[in-house]
Ligand binder design. Sequence first.
Ligand SMILES: Cc1cc2nc3c(=O)[nH]c(=O)nc-3n(C[C@H](O)[C@H](O)[C@H](O)COP(=O)(O)O)c2cc1C
Length: 189
Amino acid sequence: MLDNKNILLGVTGGIAAYKAVDLASKLKSAGANIKTVMTQNACRFVGPLSFEAVTGSSVFTTMWTPPEEYRIGHVALSDWANIVVVAPASANIIAKIANGICDDFLSTFLCASWSLAAQGKAIIAPAMNIKMWENPVVQRNIETIKKTGFQLAGPSQGRLACGTTGIGRMSEPKEILEVIETIASDIAK
Ligand SMILES: Cc1cc2nc3c(=O)[nH]c(=O)nc-3n(C[C@H](O)[C@H](O)[C@H](O)COP(=O)(O)O)c2cc1C
């Protein structure tokens, strides 16, 4: 289903980052080419090596990689990607997307990739504590990014890392994969 589709996986700093390794593995099994961009905070939760091992491709964690490795990274990646998925998406990255803030590789890449979002090819899988999710400012940011074309996968109800139960869990990798496959099949038509 995802044969030869170029998928950019963005990973931000939350407990659910470990689930993104499983998502990357599922995408790889489905035949996708995957490049991963991790925020510095994501790297506190999961090592880039996990994604490198699963995807067979190097992981971008900084804007400041030597130029011989690629053209201006965030622009080159946005040309390369057919589909973008951010999982887990922190409240912070959602706020950055909603407000056009570009202060690290992932947020700068997402700003450069607005046209993919406008074509319905960018997916955000939020994951956060219920109090954060229900914050009116977070909800306003969610509405803003939806208006610019980002598709939401989740969040779902269930047990949260903080010990409470409610909305805020990242959707399961299998569910996110289904959303990606639906977009990929639309691209193929
Ligand atoms: C243990 C722990 C778990 C966290 N889990 C989340 C989370 O699930 N969702 C979230 O939005 N922020 C979470 N945070 C806070 C983010 O890591 C923090 O807002 C950070 O600035 C996000 O940076 P990034 O968006 O650049 O990755 C957590 C922080 C800690 C210490």
